[in-house]
Ligand binder design. Structure first.
Ligand code: ZN
Length: 198
């Protein structure tokens, strides 16, 4: 959620939020910085990887070629749950959080409350395409920085400037000028355009 990695020289002072440090031969460190300590790390032998809780049930990442419309259709169409909830299910797609799930549904023109049971194969293809696009663009921008992570180190992502719906309640839709709404789906704040996402 808030965790970030930084590359620093080994002799640089350790920040109180740097919880794990990997030191390399060239005197640099890869430091894991996690203000809210939501991150989890396991040190395991490769042969035991599957025994780590969560790893074996991890879904497919958006940028993985294995993420196909058929895969999504098989996973969504049997479940009577809102699409917003299904997109956040890390055992289906791994790595879409609350922000990107809203953005993916907006770009795919799918209403967040639409049930998985009524999703079509075409809509699944749309989700595949826009997820890849959005995640690639977000990586290029260094991620999305909202609210709490002002970064003691002055490093912020820039993708928040590209957000079309997330955290834009009562603002105009960038595509149709309708007003963006906020609802709660599966306990999570959800932003969408009623007009674009029918
Ligand atoms: Zn709209």
């Amino acid at each position: 959620m808030e965790g970030k990695y930084f590359i620093k020289n080994h002799d640089e002072e350790i920040n109180k939020h740097e919880h794990i440090i990997f030191t390399f031969d060239d005197n640099t460190d890869l430091r894991y910085h996690d203000t809210r300590k939501f991150g989890r790390m396991n040190l395991v032998l490769k042969k035991d990887l599957e025994t780590v809780e969560g790893v074996h049930k991890q879904g497919i990442e958006p940028i993985d070629d294995k993420l196909t419309k058929e895969y999504l259709y098989n996973n969504f169409s049997k479940r009577k749950l809102p699409m917003k909830t299904l997109l956040l299910d890390q055992t289906i797609i791994s790595g879409l959080g609350n922000i990107y799930a809203d953005e993916v549904l907006f770009a795919a023109k799918i209403n967040p409350t639409k049930l998985g049971t009524s999703i079509t194969l075409d809509e699944c293809q749309k989700i595949v395409d826009v997820s890849k696009e959005i995640i690639k663009e977000a990586i290029k921008c260094g991620g999305t920085t909202i609210r709490s992570y002002t970064s003691s180190l002055g490093v912020t992502g820039r993708f928040q400037q590209n957000l079309k719906v997330h955290k834009r309640e009562n603002e105009e839709c960038k595509d149709c000028h309708s007003i963006i709404k906020r609802i709660v789906v599966g306990g999570r704040s959800t932003y969408y355009c009623e007009n674009c996402q029918k």
